[in-house]
Design a protein around this ligand. Structure first.
Ligand code: DGY
Length: 323
């Protein structure tokens, strides 16, 4: 009898997903949401052919050299900035992500965060809960208009386009966007979207939504200089990765009302939060939950598992990221 491959699941994952993996593999699981240190992670990976990661585990040259049995790393996330893809390719290790199944859910959350930020939802709720509401006021928590205002999108992949669809068709918003590549004319027309330079995007957007991948190139893509170009009435929404925004510059811009407000689902040092952000009232903060509905998280986990099963049983991954 040939022995079955062993794999590692680095996070707590739904039992039915683990059960599907156990049909093919010997499975060791973390069983909790605590991230292992790189040394603990490398130790657990000894003898494993595959691993299901959450996006927090760094896959780099040192780890690959320490884990020669590894053949595939399957990220339970669409983003894979935790992968050193060239190093993985050089080591013959397949990398996969979990795209598509989260697109619509994440776009819903983008609109939710935009609305909450522009319409000051959490700020006004805190005020009410604190017992401070004693009279109706004409400008009490007056926020920024969403319908009909211009939405700027930085990064126009699947999630950016799903947000543009909601904005254009649900909220009558003209959409401007900047991206590495331009959409075709028919898609632009369908999304009421106009391609602009990054400078025009910063200057013209009433609300700026960040949905671009994180890389060395997009690190601190929105810093003090970029915020200085934005309208003082603008809001900034980050659904992508914390490192795209220079957080200290954002705190200063929010405090000095150089931009009106921000909505952040992701943070540079998450789950640790820059303490200064917690002192600013005009920011809505959520714990990286843009794709978090049970249906979507189950689908993401199953896709991550199916990538392991497909690659280790047939040699073909479903959603590879290696070129
Ligand atoms: C993703 O899928 O990349 C989300 O940000 C969850 O990590």
């Amino acid at each position: 009898m040939t022995s079955r491959p062993s794999i590692l699941v680095a996070r707590a994952v739904f039992p039915e997903v683990i059960a599907s993996l156990r049909e093919h593999f010997e499975v060791e699981t973390n069983g909790s949401d605590d991230t292992w240190t790189p040394a603990q992670f490398a130790e657990r990976l000894q003898g494993k052919a595959g691993v299901l990661t959450s996006g927090a585990e760094r896959i780099d040259t040192a780890l690959l050299a320490a884990c020669p049995s590894l053949r595939i790393v399957s990220n339970l996330a669409v983003g894979y900035n935790n992968f050193d893809v060239p190093a993985m390719t050089a080591a013959g290790v397949m990398g996969t992500n979990a795209p598509d199944v989260l697109t619509e859910t994440t776009a819903d959350f983008g609109m939710a965060l935009l609305l909450a930020t522009a319409r000051r939802l959490t700020e006004s709720e805190h005020f009410l809960r604190a017992g401070r509401w004693n009279k109706w006021g004409l400008d009490l928590f007056a926020g920024a208009e969403v319908n009909g205002s211009t939405l700027g999108i930085l990064g126009m992949g699947r999630i950016g386009q799903a947000i543009a669809k909601r904005a254009a068709h649900g909220f009558d918003m003209p959409v401007i966007y900047h991206n590495r590549s331009r959409l075709d004319a028919a898609t632009e027309a369908k999304l009421n979207a106009r391609y602009v330079s990054k400078t025009e995007l910063l200057q013209q957007a009433d609300h700026l939504m960040l949905v671009l991948p994180y890389s060395a190139e997009s690190h601190h893509a929105i810093g003090a200089d970029e915020m200085a170009q934005m309208k003082p009435t603008a809001t900034l929404i980050n659904l992508a990765r914390g490192g795209i925004v220079e957080e200290n510059a954002l705190v200063a811009a929010l405090r000095e009302r150089r931009i009106a407000a921000a909505g952040l689902d992701v943070f540079e040092g998450e789950p640790k939060i820059n303490p200064d952000l917690l002192t600013v009232p005009n920011v809505v903060l959520t714990p990286h939950i843009a794709s978090a509905t049970l249906k979507t998280r189950r689908a993401m986990a199953q896709l991550a598992a199916d990538n392991l099963i497909a690659y280790l049983t047939t040699g073909q991954a479903l959603t590879p990221v290696n070129p």
